[in-house]
Design a protein around this ligand. Sequence first.
Ligand SMILES: Nc1ncnc2c1ncn2[C@@H]1O[C@H](COP(=O)(O)OP(=O)(O)OP(=O)(O)O)[C@@H](O)[C@H]1O
Ligand SMILES: Nc1ncnc2c1ncn2[C@@H]1O[C@H](COP(=O)(O)OP(=O)(O)OP(=O)(O)O)[C@@H](O)[C@H]1O
Lengths: 217, 217
Amino acid sequence: IGEYVVIGLGRFGWAVATTLARQDQSVLAVDTDPAKVQAISVEVAAAVTCDTTDEAAIGELHLERATCVVVAIGVEHKDASILTTALLRQAGVPRIIGRATNDLHGRVLLAVGAHEIVNPEKEMGDRIARRLARPSLIEQIPLGDGADLAELEAPEAFVGRTLVELDVRRRFDASVVAIRRGGKVHSYVLGMGPLEAGDVLVVIGAPAALSRLAALA
Amino acid sequence: IGEYVVIGLGRFGWAVATTLARQDQSVLAVDTDPAKVQAISVEVAAAVTCDTTDEAAIGELHLERATCVVVAIGVEHKDASILTTALLRQAGVPRIIGRATNDLHGRVLLAVGAHEIVNPEKEMGDRIARRLARPSLIEQIPLGDGADLAELEAPEAFVGRTLVELDVRRRFDASVVAIRRGGKVHSYVLGMGPLEAGDVLVVIGAPAALSRLAALA
Ligand SMILES: Nc1ncnc2c1ncn2[C@@H]1O[C@H](COP(=O)(O)OP(=O)(O)OP(=O)(O)O)[C@@H](O)[C@H]1O
Ligand SMILES: Nc1ncnc2c1ncn2[C@@H]1O[C@H](COP(=O)(O)OP(=O)(O)OP(=O)(O)O)[C@@H](O)[C@H]1O
């Protein structure tokens, strides 16, 4: 069980704190607004009203004992997010995740001591756009090392043929590692018969290879 | 090539519009703020200053020709996002994605005609929390039909042993479909020798099965 602190209970911070708590993590939720602190207190291990730009006040929370502190203060209080981050680094918090509202803010947060930054609006905008731009690709995530994993509907030209026949690996430089059909995920793909309409192929390959496959759909 | 319209060039809308444009989609970006419209105009096919709550003004944009309209207006202008969505539905736009700032706002957007809603702060907060709660799980995405795909570092107990020996499928009810090692993604896992320290296993299974595996790490 990890010890997490979430500072700033706007929409992003609230979601971080409550989801961590649902994952059985110990969460201390902090905000200057007593109404928010009160509202979240039933869902987390502890909730405290505190102005985290006040060095004495933040000192009393003993945040250096935390596994990780998320500074979720938002665009309305950028200065507070920067100052809070600096104080946390000074206190020796081992992992600080700062929420950035734009690239410059992100660079400043890293400069004053955040170990990682996240920009929820920018990252979700990017994700939504990718999802829209490739409708036959149901989901696409980077695995690392230049390969993505993607889910795409079996192209019409593949229906009725087996994976062995189709020789996807050689023709497209992508590997079908699983097939979703009728509510089940099958990962022994080589033993399967011909592909059926509606089959969802789970594929690994470089983004360009996956695009070529998706373009057939 | 799709025809997309993004209304509202805050951080979320800006990211949607520019990422779609980088994916070679045709994008019309719309905002009441001429400075934002001017700034984005180099990055998208077209950018127009318009108050989308004005029925006549929105009519001149002929948005019914779009594949999809994203209403990215934010928390500062909830009424405008609701009114805009209603007007788009009235105009017969085939797919409207509404950005919701909380659950009630989301329900209202669906009621007035959005086909889908997205809440960037809430969804990213949820994602960040899950990533934090499972540090040995590098990434986890739902594939559908009750199975997730996850990437996790090979547990110490697995190092030096082959997948056949480890019999992961029978012991954990999860399938290792690929291994990331030394900058390459290997998807012929059965042919591989013993697992090495630092190997990243790409695994498919139910969330509970993946948690059991991750707990070994
Ligand atoms: N010095 C501070 N100490 C603790 N909490 C703070 C401080 N300053 C601001 N906050 C809290 O941070 C929270 C989020 O900040 P803000 O309202 O700026 O973000 P937002 O952009 O609206 O957030 P979101 O997009 O996540 O909804 C608020 O609840 C606010 O009370
Ligand atoms: N009636 C309208 N027509 C067109 N654009 C609008 C209208 N009302 C607001 N906008 C634009 O929507 C954009 C985003 O809205 P807002 O400022 O409320 O969101 P935000 O929560 O700050 O956004 P983000 O979190 O994405 O940065 C602004 O650029 C604003 O000018």
